[in-house]
Design a protein around this ligand. Sequence first.
Ligand SMILES: [Zn+2]
Ligand SMILES: [Zn+2]
Length: 328
Amino acid sequence: MSDLLTADRIEEIGALGPDSPDPAALVAELVGAVDEGRVENPDDIGYALLVAADILEQAGDLDDALALATRAVAEQPDDNAYARAMRGGLLLRLGRSDEGMTELTALRPLLETDPAATYLTDELAESGHAELALEWLTGALDAILERTRTQQHESEDAQDEAAAMIYGLARQRHDLREEQGLPHDEYDNLADRLRDAASHALNGLDDGPATLLFWPMAEFDALLVRWPALVDSYPSTWDEHRAQIERALVDASGLGGADLGVVAGTVDGLAAFARDAGSDPTDEETLDEYADSLDEAGVTAWPPGRNDTCWCGSGIKYKKCCLPRSRA
Ligand SMILES: [Zn+2]
Ligand SMILES: [Zn+2]
């Protein structure tokens, strides 16, 4: 047990989670590695603690889950909104409503500034406060729409970011209202129109930065073995590769892209493409053209629903995979 704890292993544990025959052993493995300074990449310490907290939470051990979430907050003081939201949700589930609400309410302004911040309203909804979640989502939509109406001179970037937030907020609100059996209202219709427009834009893509080339785990390793020259173009690990893509997509959505997605490359596919085109497979232009050629075969739209399978192919829910990883 003195091995280094890798990001792969943390994720593997997250996938096994409470369904494993011995969840306590998994938690002990994670926390032990943190305690003994054996987390391979120190940036993953908060991630390891949140995975452990999640296992405990699902096993019903809310007190210990809270202790670990609180530790995760302290481990990443500069960027801990996600950990704080999880902590807030746990406090609510423990009946410590005032503290939980204080934690989440402090983060509430993020709903109007950060396209990824719908994890806040997710915590509310999952801790039995769906009505309040809907109130916050509606309030944020009202505020952003009002802002776009009254601020005529907003920069293009600010307008694009507002569009990305409107999309995310309206979609979550739509799905939550559907779960509650509520009929469509004006914002729900807007959510449906935006989704249709996004999928239409994705289908019509022919080039541009809206689709990113992604290498599934096995392909990523094979790629660098086959063309060592690509080592300079990619990070050294697959985890960093997908985290980089997730961050790029978050940035792009902040700049307004609602039509974002990933296409999965294969080594054989790239080799055949480069051979047919008579080009160098390690050339950046070749990689771009190869990515474009994949669009028709299938773009995985981004972001997936929080409870949908992650785009990276891990088989894990997005909210437990690339979403928290890239923000940890
Ligand atoms: Zn609908
Ligand atoms: Zn993922």
